[in-house]
Design a protein around this ligand. Structure first.
Ligand code: ADP
Ligand code: F6P
Length: 324
């Protein structure tokens, strides 16, 4: 099909995620290979409204595939939630000759993409978030790096926890989603895994579990607590008071969002970036790229946002069985 689009834009929006740079690189290189030029919009929708727009050449994306964060920067922009903001954004795109836009981010960012699409700028979303909480896709860019970073940190906490015969509560990110916690819980062999989707707030049963494990001779007790439950420090105080076992809380925080992306994140980001560019250049709009049932696909944004995804029941049951 002949290219009708001559120039596209790319931006990153919402929380940064390792692999976003690989996605930017793929968008730029795939577009240039088709004879389409690319403009990078800095700091998400805020940068669009501030006209922070730069030309991206082949060399602009050299030496970034291995870097965490996003070379374009990212931001949250309240003004873009208003109709005036969205109209201004679409007008700026037209002014700069940006006929189509690839938006790398999460659900909120897709809402912005949808708004631009309604204002006549073609848009395609790519799932970029460490939280894995985008319903239309089994994979989100950044999850693999974040979960491996967290897993390695938890192994380290476990060493010191065992030496001191302490109980450790380790809080992982994920906003309201428990995927990071579930994966770390299983991969780190945690004794308790608290997921926002499942936790019944029965702290007494955790306390009983700690006491019974200690009686069996376990020297450590690792509790993975999801950010969506939070309050790890006060939980630690209550558990220490109830069990008499020294208990410490560690909140892993932003270290989970940084760092060089894993091979998996670089690979998925590269394929998704190229795929988004392909469909944008075919004239598609208001779509999100996803990886589902073993293949890369695209979905209508409204449909994608309406899809439901939960913690897989079997995985949850296994996580419970293995922690006994
Ligand atoms: P994420 O994309 O990771 O879900 P946010 O929810 O913070 O992150 O959304 C990122 C940005 O997308 C927001 O700061 C805002 O600029 C834009 N956005 C979010 N929701 C909407 C909306 N309903 N309409 C237009 N733009 C939105
Ligand atoms: O969406 C990624 C994420 O790191 C969540 O896990 C976390 O809840 C949130 O972003 C933190 O956002 P901020 O960077 O605004 O503090």
């Amino acid at each position: 099909m002949a290219n009708e689009i001559k120039t596209i834009g790319v931006l990153t929006s919402g929380g940064d995620a390792p692999g976003m740079n690989a996605a930017i690189r793929a968008v730029v290189r795939q577009a240039l290979a088709k004879g389409v030029s690319v403009k990078g919009i800095k700091k998400g929708y805020q940068g669009l409204l501030n006209e922070e727009i730069v030309d991206l050449k082949r060399s602009s994306v050299s030496d970034i595939i291995q870097r965490g964060g996003t070379i374009l920067g990212t931001a949250r922009c309240m003004e873009f939630k208003t109709d005036e903001g969205q109209q201004k954004g679409a007008d700026i795109c037209r002014e700069y000759g940006i006929e189509g836009l690839v938006v790398i981010g999460g659900d909120g960012s897709y809402r912005g993409a949808q708004a631009l699409s309604r204002k006549g700028i073609n848009t395609i979303g790519i799932p970029g978030t460490i939280d894995l909480d985008i319903n239309c896709t089994d994979y989100t860019i950044g999850f693999d790096t974040a979960v491996n970073t967290a897993m390695q940190a938890i192994d380290k906490v476990r060493d010191t926890s065992s030496s001191h015969e302490r109980c450790s509560i380790i809080e992982v990110m994920g906003r309201n989603a428990g995927y990071l916690a579930l994966w770390c819980g299983v991969a780190n062999g945690a004794e308790d895994i608290l997921l926002p989707e499942k936790y019944d707030y029965n702290e007494q049963s955790i306390i009983n579990n700690i006491i019974s494990n200690r009686k069996k001779g376990k020297t450590h007790h690792i509790i993975i607590n999801a950010e969506g439950i939070g309050h790890s420090t006060s939980m630690a105080r209550r558990i220490e008071a109830a069990t008499g076992i020294e208990t410490r809380a560690t909140i892993l925080g932003y270290m989970q969002r940084g760092g060089s992306p894993t091979c998996k994140d670089r690979f998925y980001a590269s394929i998704m970036g190229a795929y988004a560019t392909d469909i944008l250049c075919q004239g598609k709009t208001n779509r999100v790229v996803g990886y589902r049932n073993g293949e890369f696909q695209d979905f209508d944004i409204e449909e994608a946002l309406a899809m439901k995804k939960d913690i897989p029941e079997y995985q949850y049951e296994v996580s419970r069985a293995l922690s006994m």
